[in-house]
Design a protein around this ligand. Structure first.
Ligand SMILES: Nc1ncnc2c1ncn2[C@@H]1O[C@H](COP(=O)(O)OP(=O)(O)OP(=O)(O)O)[C@@H](O)[C@H]1O
Length: 478
């Protein structure tokens, strides 16, 4: 059988659906489908005519698929709790997985050592990030109430907190904070100052840093806008962030940042009753220091401000330099986040434009998968009906009546051969047929019996009715 109207070689089906390898002794072991099987088109198929399409055109982009797969894989990662000396259960959480693998824990930020774990909640089945403050004994129960204000904050640039509690499950007095989990996220420190970032910007001895190694100005403005937006929310409810540190800012997507560990300092320093207005001024100052650190790509940039300003003047616009200097200046009498927002002005519009463009790209990717989801549901119905060994005490059910038409249609879609008797693997033909079937169009096709002795002329609308009726029979039997 050949495909009427199909242009041979127009479409390319690449890759196999499963990954096989042979174990010693010749047993074939099936591996789960690996995302890396889908690669971008090879050079010899990339120069297609305008009417041709590669199979990649039908699915979401490789990079997005890989990113989503990695995130899903990360959510499912587990370790043996005993091996890592972790409790099997902690309050309503289980399956703890350490996210911070550094041996030497710093006490610089909180004044206590802290660890972070991914975990599952047995109440809602979701994944969370637990931050454990080690060896902290809570003396005043009222401190727990400081979390209430933070729990009400829902903001795109703040990692949401769920709850806090104390625990002796680790063998000490620990204070535990439960935050939303953002799989595969890194800290801003890891992204710009971690070993990989260092490697990328390694300076050859004697050769000065080139502008390739600095963070692009547009990214710096984007960070500033996102953090200002987070501070606006926090200050407007009478709280202060208190931690604007590269190790406590999460990068959860491309240039997408979120303030992490909100509420921890309020609990740790509850007894000293800090002044919120002063802390809010400190937030603005810390934001300026962070921006200077990032612009100079040096963690010690604030130790020599005049040298750092000189560096920023050389590499960035006057606007950015003025902004950083404003953030770091003395408050006379008070600086507010609203003033920063006014100064950001048109940059905010640029950010909105970038965000909306990114959103459009994601929406078009989603649109492609939407079609695929529809077709998968149709294929599942085929699977339920075709080749069913017996139904309603009738061993010939799937081969007779309406079901015979479905079987012949399945052959028409998937089992065609070309003039030389070779299988036709034309994805476009399959997609066209399935889409027409799903829409139930009036177009008629010729279905041939396997022995080629008889043929039926039926419309897609009629085949659709056959499938719906057969599927209804199957679902009624439950
Ligand atoms: N809410 C979260 N969701 C996902 N991953 C998180 C979350 N919070 C922290 N992490 C990850 O946990 C790891 C450790 O975080 P942590 O804040 O301890 O950073 P750190 O650089 O180790 O800081 P410190 O030196 O203070 O311990 C980081 O890789 C971070 O990406």
């Amino acid at each position: 059988m050949s495909i009427p109207g199909a242009v041979p070689g127009n479409y390319y089906a690449e890759g196999s659906m499963n990954n096989y390898y042979f174990q010693g002794g010749g047993t074939m072991v099936q591996q789960p489908l690996q995302y890396h099987l889908y690669n971008t088109p090879l050079p010899h198929v990339s120069n297609l005519s305008p009417h041709q399409k590669t199979i990649h055109g039908f699915f979401i982009s490789d990079s997005l698929r890989e990113e989503l797969h990695r995130k899903n894989e990360m959510i499912l990662q587990t370790v043996n709790a005993q091996e890592y000396g972790l409790p099997e259960e902690l309050h309503e959480y289980h399956s703890l997985y350490p996210l911070d693998l550094t041996q030497e824990k710093s006490t610089e930020v909180f004044g206590y050592q802290s660890s972070v774990y991914k975990c599952m909640c047995s109440v809602d089945g979701r994944t969370y990030a637990l931050r454990r403050i080690e060896g902290f004994r809570l003396t005043n129960e009222q401190a727990m109430q400081t979390i209430d204000g933070w729990r009400r904050i829902k903001h795109a640039n703040i990692v949401s907190i769920k709850e806090a509690f104390t625990s002796k499950a680790f063998g000490d007095h620990s204070l535990i904070f439960v935050y939303d989990y953002h799989p595969c996220s890194k800290t801003l420190y890891d992204v710009h100052f971690g070993p990989q970032a260092q490697l990328a910007s390694q300076v050859v001895v004697g050769v000065p840093k080139t502008s390739d190694h600095i963070i692009h100005e547009r990214i710096l403005w984007s960070y500033l806008i996102q953090l200002t937006s987070a501070l606006k929310k926090i200050h407007s409810v009478g709280l202060a962030a208190r931690l604007i540190d590269p190790t406590k800012i999460l990068v959860t997507g491309k240039n997408r940042i979120r303030l992490n560990c909100c509420g921890v300092m309020d609990m740790l320093t509850f007894d000293s009753a800090p002044n919120v207005a002063h802390l809010q001024q400190d937030d603005i100052l810390n934001l300026g220091q962070l921006m200077m650190t990032l612009a100079c790509k040096s963690l010690t940039a604030t130790h020599n401000i005049s040298k750092s300003v000189e560096y920023i003047t050389q590499h960035y616009s006057q606007d950015l330099k003025n902004m950083i200097l404003y953030l770091m200046s003395q408050p006379v009498p008070m600086k507010t986040v609203d003033q920063i927002i006014t100064m950001l002005g048109p940059r905010v519009l640029q950010e909105i434009n970038d965000v909306q463009n990114a959103n459009d790209i994601l929406e078009s990717d989603l649109g492609r998968e939407l079609e695929n989801g529809r077709l998968v549901r149709l294929l599942m119905k085929f699977g339920f009906i075709n080749e069913r060994p017996e139904f309603d005490m009738d061993p010939a059910w799937s081969e007779t009546g309406d079901r015979y038409i479905i079987k012949l249609f399945r052959d028409y879609v998937f089992h065609q051969v070309d003039e030389a008797g070779l299988p036709v693997l034309d994805v476009a033909h399959v997609l066209t047929c399935l889409n027409k079937l799903d829409a139930g169009v009036d177009e008629k096709i010729v279905l041939m019996s396997r022995d080629e002795l008889s043929c039926l002329i039926v419309s897609y609308r009629e085949i659709k009715a056959c499938i719906e009726s057969a599927f209804r029979d199957l679902s009624k039997s439950k």
